[in-house]
Design a protein around this ligand. Structure first.
Ligand SMILES: C[S@@+](CC[C@H](N)C(=O)[O-])C[C@H]1O[C@@H](n2cnc3c(N)ncnc32)[C@H](O)[C@@H]1O
Length: 251
């Protein structure tokens, strides 16, 4: 089933630029944090890990050293990027709201792709998908970029030099309507090819914003035991965001 949200341009026509927008090595510290949280939430040492919304596979490039990973993404173009970085992982095209693999994993991980769940109904569907694919005694980790309580507008820039081409971007995060469940991330991409030709492209990402109690309620309603954990990272101010763990009760 396609719920009709068009993917941002970054995940379709600009997907090949992903590794120089967001380089795998930049994910080492956060992947180590997610690994620690997943292991401590599971009742036995997890071996299999399903990632929903793997994107270009940057987190997976670190986590695959510790888990046997299955990577799901809605975008066939992003799966091409992840397959080339993580050829040893299983890749499957699918929507985290509807995919049913008919298998269970020791743990499930949904990183920033969860922000594309921008209605409560969509977020609930994605959490249910995680529940259905998680073994009893296992856990699911959800890592949104923002929650309602700590959201603040921001402007960032970044980018890298790749082989024969370079990219810089401006990322402008803002919330036009604090009473709804979304915020906006507007991107400007400056793309420079091997001949030095430069073009500028605009891309809007409409992201979901939910309060801590809403997260905990939805994770609980799916059948998990839910808790919030402060995100720890040397470049992030302590207390500026939470991740959410759902532990699936043993049968
Ligand atoms: C920022 S990227 C994820 C990057 C990833 N965290 C990494 O470590 O490289 C977000 C991804 O979410 C995917 N996505 C958005 N909506 C989705 C959905 N409904 N189901 C599965 N993937 C989805 C997009 O296609 C995109 O590849």
């Amino acid at each position: 089933m396609n719920y009709g949200n068009p993917l941002p341009r970054l995940y379709s026509e600009f997907s090949s630029w992903w590794p120089i927008l967001s380089a795998p090595e930049d994910y080492a510290e956060e992947a180590a944090f997610y690994r620690k949280v997943i292991i401590s939430a599971c009742s036995t040492s997890p071996e299999t890990l399903l990632e929903l919304g793997c994107g270009g596979g940057n987190n997976a490039s670190h986590l695959k050293k510790f888990f046997r990973m299955t990577l799901v993404d809605l975008s066939p173009d992003m799966l091409i990027v992840s397959r080339s970085l993580n050829p040893e992982c299983e890749h499957i095209e699918g929507d985290m709201r509807t995919i049913r693999l008919k298998r269970e994993f020791d743990a499930v991980f949904v990183h920033d792709a969860i922000v594309y769940m921008n209605t409560e109904a969509d977020l609930q569907r994605a959490i249910e998908t995680a529940f259905m694919h998680c073994k009893p005694g296992g856990a699911a980790l959800f890592a949104p970029d923002h929650i309602r309580e700590t959201f603040s507008p921001s402007t960032k820039y970044g980018g890298h030099d790749g082989k024969g081409r370079s990219m810089r971007y401006l990322e402008w995060t803002w919330d036009p309507d604090p009473s709804d469940s979304t915020y906006i991330v507007d991107f400007a991409y400056l793309l420079r090819d091997a001949d030095g030709e430069m073009c500028c492209e605009y891309d809007r990402h409409v992201c979901g914003l939910f309060g801590r109690q809403d997260w905990l309620r939805m994770i609980t309603e799916a059948g998990f035991q839910a808790r919030a954990i402060p995100f720890e990272h040397s470049k992030i101010e302590p207390g500026s965001c939470d991740v959410f763990i759902g532990v699936k009760p043993r049968r």
